[in-house]
Design a protein around this ligand. Structure first.
Ligand SMILES: Cc1cc2nc3c(=O)[nH]c(=O)nc-3n(C[C@H](O)[C@H](O)[C@H](O)COP(=O)(O)OP(=O)(O)OC[C@H]3O[C@@H](n4cnc5c(N)ncnc54)[C@H](O)[C@@H]3O)c2cc1C
Length: 291
């Protein structure tokens, strides 16, 4: 999603905008006039995108799927050694891993599938809802690479993830009662627990497992980044519905910040111009095809 102040259609231009903001929650609060430009639609009432259990269906939903193909190597021959490399064969996708045959003569190389979601809310609309906080070393690496100390792990975890900025991102554990409804899964997990030395009492195995699965892997407690064990998987949902940045956008509008939202608007160019004051080039607007 791109942010800009509203102006004429087809070429949005702004001097008030200080560049593309990496975190939309900052932008919505800090910029008085914000236009949110989104290539896809708003699929608010599409069950594929709201029901967590339909995640696999969401990844295949033509209303939002963007099949992007990437190459991991400049050398195409090397890239094609990957059995997941996709070819077009008479309009159908072919991969060695799925088709279990040699690549047919005349197949057109496409690349490695990199699924994206072109929709208001982006890829969190089709992802597996799993919300795991990064390790401290991830933040420290960014801190070192950028030379910006505000990326330090404590600041990022305590001030960004866990309090002011992401307080809107509700997470919930998957329903532990699944253990009594899916005995195969329960046995599988109990076997795993025994393997890592969590010997639940045979008389209260399911309760013990259920309690263990309520332990969150997030939160930054000492030793968290290397701790082994059984943890719940925190999911970005609320009351059984997928909930993420789209709901944040709608909530922001509902709470009195009327952000205009342009959906179905595919930005083709980010326009740079020297800043009036500093003279340094900066992103000053975007272009998109007229609809
Ligand atoms: C199948 C699958 C499962 C996943 N599961 C998980 C998981 O469980 N947990 C996890 O943490 N991560 C998961 N991921 C990864 C994660 O969802 C993505 O990395 C993340 O959502 C990317 O966020 P983003 O904001 O960087 O980009 P995106 O979510 O891709 O957002 C980009 C937005 O910009 C819009 N856009 C793009 N180009 C233009 C343009 N030219 N003009 C206008 N708008 C444009 C798009 O429509 C989209 O709304 C999964 C990914 C996939 C594919």
């Amino acid at each position: 999603m791109f942010m800009a102040t509203p102006a004429v259609p087809a070429d949005i231009d702004t001097d008030a905008m200080s560049g593309q903001r990496p975190l939309m929650d900052h932008a919505t609060i800090m910029i008085c006039k914000t236009l949110l430009v989104e290539a896809g639609k708003d699929l608010a009432n599409d069950y594929n995108t709201t029901v967590p259990g339909y995640q696999a269906a969401a990844t295949q939903d033509p209303a939002l799927r963007w099949d992007v193909y990437v190459n991991h190597y400049k050398d195409l021959a090397r890239a094609q050694k990957d059995p997941k490399f996709v070819y077009d064969v008479d309009g159908f996708d072919f991969t060695r891993i799925n088709n279990q045959t040699a690549v047919p003569t005349g197949a057109t190389p496409k690349g490695i599938l990199y699924p994206r979601a072109g929709v208001l809310r982006g890829c969190v609309t089709h992802n597996a809802l799993i919300w795991i906080e990064p390790k401290d070393s991830d933040w420290s690496n960014i801190q070192q690479m950028t030379g910006d100390d505000s990326w330090n792990p404590t600041n990022m975890r305590d001030n960004h993830l866990n309090s002011k900025f992401y307080d809107w991102q509700v997470t919930m554990p998957s329903d532990p009662t699944i253990l009594v409804r899916d005995i195969k899964l329960a046995k599988h997990l109990l076997g795993g627990a025994a393997q890592v030395g969590l010997g639940f009492s045979p008389v209260s195995a399911l309760t013990g497992l259920g309690e263990a699965l309520l332990v969150s892997p997030n939160g930054g407690y000492p030793g968290r980044d290397s701790a082994e064990g059984f943890f719940q998987i925190p999911l970005i949902m609320n009351g059984g519905e997928r909930q993420s940045v789209r709901e944040r956008i709608v909530g922001t509008v509902d709470s009195g910040y009327p952000i205009p939202i342009m959906t179905n608007t595919f930005v083709t160019k980010i326009n740079f111009r020297p800043d009036r004051k500093s003279g340094k080039p900066g992103a000053k607007g975007v272009s998109y095809p007229k609809r």
